[in-house]
Write a protein that binds this ligand. Structure first.
Ligand code: PFF
Length: 449
């Protein structure tokens, strides 16, 4: 296969793990996972989630890595190079990345605003959860401020993408990911020591299967795919920059473990605190913006903790928006034959418009609805519950059934230099288990059973 020349490659093995983990670990772990788990029965959800990650997420990540590194192309170009009829899978990814950015940039903008308000001491002026709730609700409905912070976030992402794969994406991941861990662990310890913290942990870890419905499984799967950044070509795009000696299985395993660890730690930070300050665990997307400020307030040096935490949320979000932006930029650059600079600007402009509309849909444009939801909620629903699982389904079918087995084997074993003892199990999961589970869940969701 002809490889495109002059393409960037990532440095060492650690870089591959950190860059891919930078994409995976994001608001999905810290903002989305706790509230989705809270909405769906806590511990029972966690068990289903971990099963989805291991049985479906991990094999799919290895599959996406293989497609990317075999072709050294953007998501559309990669599938097209392997089999022309499957380029729709790449397009599904580019469209999904665009729609995800539409709401992800908005929430990222909120984290930036909260960081600034922590630094200025504004956030420390309130104390009760009700007060935090009302300032949050007023803030997201405001027509100007969220759009302003969202735009700043879009520009920051653009800046890193413009610096390029090595200087921008790789360098930022290497510094920011380790920092995130240190802060999360410190916050978990503090949260565990809070009064009534045990109730929260019990809620988070004790499985209550009576709350589980088929739709819980769909939600868990959507969350797993969203959190691992799979099903939309991000890992295809990133792996297209991997070196020939990068071990794809180990990289995928490390990324999966790191990602799940951060989600669980975020639950350990948030649930004890939720119970301690008396907020309902189902309080939805705003959980992290209402609960956490209340926690910080009860801590010595609250301003410092709160600023550092929101800075890290900003960082986690940034490494993810960079990866989503890169999926679109690489596609526009390579397929439309624009310079990388022009491709990055086109992506930035288009996503900024969508994100501004999504932000306004929470306030002044609230009357515009798609399938009964405002634009912001519909972007979240459409991507996590439809485009990502659909992308995952077709990726398993393609890699499991269509892709030349020699290409797959060469990628996974680095041309025969690595052993892969559970290759048979991997293929079995990819060919039968993943597509069957994905299909059943879809049909059930459509009310077929
Ligand atoms: N995985 C990111 C998170 O958990 O926040 C979100 C994301 C990034 C989803 C990149 C999809 C993607 F391609």
């Amino acid at each position: 296969m002809k490889h495109s020349q002059h393409r960037a490659t990532l440095g060492g093995k650690l870089s591959a793990v950190l860059v891919a983990a930078g994409s995976s670990v994001g608001l999905g772990n810290i903002w989305r996972f706790p509230y989705v788990a809270g909405d769906n029965g806590g511990g029972a959800f966690l068990v289903i989630y971990i099963l989805c990650v291991l049985l479906l997420g991990l094999p799919l990540m290895v599959a996406e890595f293989s497609v990317g590194r075999a072709t050294h192309r953007n998501a559309v170009g990669a599938y097209r190079a392997l089999d022309r009829r499957w380029s729709f899978l790449g397009y599904n990814g580019v469209v999904a990345a665009f729609l995800i950015l539409g709401f992800y940039f908005v929430v990222s903008g909120w984290t930036a605003e909260y960081m600034v308000h922590s630094l200025t001491g504004e956030l420390a002026r309130y104390s009760t959860a009700e007060e935090y709730k009302s300032i949050f609700d007023n803030f997201i409905r405001n027509p100007w401020r969220p759009v302003l912070y969202t735009s700043l976030f879009v520009l920051a992402t653009h800046f890193v993408i413009a610096l390029g794969v090595q200087k921008g994406i790789e360098r930022s991941a290497k510094v920011l990911m380790p920092l995130l861990f240190v802060i999360l662990i410190a916050l978990s310890i503090h949260s565990l020591l809070m009064p009534h913290g045990g109730d929260g942990l019990r809620f988070f870890f004790r499985p209550d299967f009576s709350k589980v419905t088929p739709s819980t499984v769909l939600v868990a799967l959507g969350q797993a795919f969203f959190s691992l950044s799979i099903g939309i070509g991000t890992m295809v795009t990133y792996a297209s920059y991997f070196k020939p000696d990068t071990n794809l299985r180990h990289t995928a395993l490390n990324v999966t473990i790191l990602d799940t660890l951060v989600a669980v730690l975020a639950g350990v930070v948030i649930f004890p605190a939720v119970f301690s300050v008396g907020i309902a665990p189902e309080s939805g997307p705003s959980l992290v913006f209402i609960t956490l400020p209340s926690i910080f307030n009860g801590m010595p040096w609250s301003m410092v903790w709160s600023s550092v935490f929101f800075l890290l949320l900003v960082v986690a979000a940034l490494t993810s928006t960079i990866s989503l932006h890169e999926v679109i930029t690489a596609y526009v650059h390579e397929e439309w034959h624009l310079s990388r600079r022009a491709a990055a600007w086109a992506t930035t402009a288009a996503t900024a418009v969508l994100a501004a509309a999504a932000s306004l849909s929470l306030g002044v444009l609230g009357r515009w609805t798609v399938a009964g939801m405002n634009l912001f909620d519909s972007l979240d629903y459409l991507t996590a519950n439809i485009l990502l699982p659909a992308g995952g389904f077709f990726t398993c079918v393609f890699v499991g059934w269509r892709l030349d087995r020699r290409i797959l084997r060469a990628q996974i074993t680095n041309d025969g230099t690595l052993r892969f003892r559970i290759y048979g199990l991997f293929i079995f999961l990819l060919r039968y288990v993943c597509p069957a589970v994905l299909l059943l869940i879809f049909l059930d969701n459509l009310g077929v059973f």
